[in-house]
Ligand binder design. Structure first.
Ligand code: KG4
Ligand code: ZN
Length: 336
């Protein structure tokens, strides 16, 4: 069965085709970064209007790349939440309408389940059960994953998400939106001069708090001449604090649950220093660690097509309702 996957929850329009036994067939993505850059963040109304312009042409491109006719698609998976309501509705309405006209099922996919399952697209997928660290622009979660749909939340961010903290810190350093990858680039030219805290690591528990790092960034910045070197050193300190905090919490989650497998996914998992420190920790703990390839860490259609395909194979789909949930707790998901 070929499954068409559609992602439009935020500022990326992405489409993919995944085949139940042959794997990923084709995928494409249009990023709206240039549209939102001048505003310093995503403007929801501009995002949804752009999804309307781009989605159908991208679906045609993917079908063309996959050398498939519409009649060969067996099901459609779309991101139904969490995300921006207008953007979600574009994907949901398009997916639902196509499924109706092609007389095939449509399945609503949870965006963070998509991220969580992205490493399954690789040649060496992680075995269940595992601990998942999901680090994206809107979420930071540690989850005990028993199987698809069997998610137990161990900890989450009490304030800013990891990606949000990267983006806000980058903004303070004068870097353009989205600042995460740019801050990482900046940090590679920095040195170990400032010491930032590792928030909430000195007390038990698996929750996170990153909003305090903004104060440290601001104070460090004001104590310097704000030269390019000063900013690189601050970026370095911020990234080290983030990487070490994530690493400490993952180690704690592995030990607490006795699990030996760690999956790390979501936009921030593309960060090379974070990957390096988590890898080092996992090796010391005798745990196996799995990441998606960098292009599937950030939003993409492949992860939605994959997650939707698993649910469709299990006989799950939605009725004619256009299903969109800006807020959608992961523990509300059904198992397979
Ligand atoms: O998963 P994602 O593409 O979208 C959401 O679901 O939110 O994550 C986007 C987030 C942004 O905050 C972005 O700055 C961050 O991931 N990000 C990074 C890197 N690449 C993307 N943060 C740090 N280092 C990176 N290399
Ligand atoms: Zn995402």
């Amino acid at each position: 069965m070929y499954v068409l996957g559609i992602e439009s929850s935020c500022d990326e329009t992405a489409v993919a085709v995944y085949h139940a036994s042959r794997g990923l067939i084709a995928h494409t993505l249009y990023s709206q970064v240039a549209t939102h850059a001048e505003y310093g963040g995503v403007v929801p109304e501009l995002a949804s209007r752009d999804h309307i312009r781009k989605l159908v042409p991208l679906i045609k491109t993917v079908l063309n790349d996959a050398k498939l006719q519409a009649g060969e698609i067996g099901g459609i998976a779309y991101t139904a939440g969490p995300g921006l309501m207008g953007s979600l509705l574009v994907g949901a309405a398009t997916a639902r309408s196509l499924a109706w006209s092609w007389k095939i099922p449509a399945v609503a996919v949870h965006h963070m389940e998509g991220h969580l399952l992205a490493p399954m697209l690789e040649d060496n997928p992680p075995p269940f059960p595992f601990i998942a660290l999901l680090i994206s622009g809107g979420h930071t979660m540690l989850i005990e994953v028993r199987a698809i749909g069997k998610y137990h939340l161990l900890g989450e961010s009490l304030d800013d998400a990891a990606g949000e903290a990267f983006d806000k810190t980058a903004k303070m350093l004068g870097l353009d939106y989205p600042g995460g990858p740019k801050l990482a680039e900046f940090a590679s030219g920095g040195s170990n001069r400032f010491k930032f805290p590792r928030p909430m690591t000195d007390r038990p528990g698996l929750d996170f708090s990153f909003s305090g790092l903004k104060t440290f960034t601001m104070n460090a910045l004001h104590a310097t001449d704000q030269s390019a070197k000063d900013k690189a050193d601050i970026a370095f300190a911020f990234q080290q604090a983030m990487a070490e905090t994530l690493s400490i919490k993952c180690k704690r989650a592995l030990r607490q649950t006795g699990m030996e497998t760690l999956v790390v996914a979501g936009g921030v998992s593309a960060n090379r220093e974070i990957r390096r420190q988590l890898q080092q920790m996992a090796t010391k703990e005798n745990a196996e660690i799995y990441f998606p390839r960098p292009e599937f860490c950030t939003d993409n259609g492949a992860m939605i097509a994959y997650a939707g395909c698993q649910r469709l194979l299990a006989g799950q789909s939605q009725n004619l309702e256009i299903f969109a949930r800006p807020r959608w707790p992961m523990n509300h998901l059904a198992g397979l």
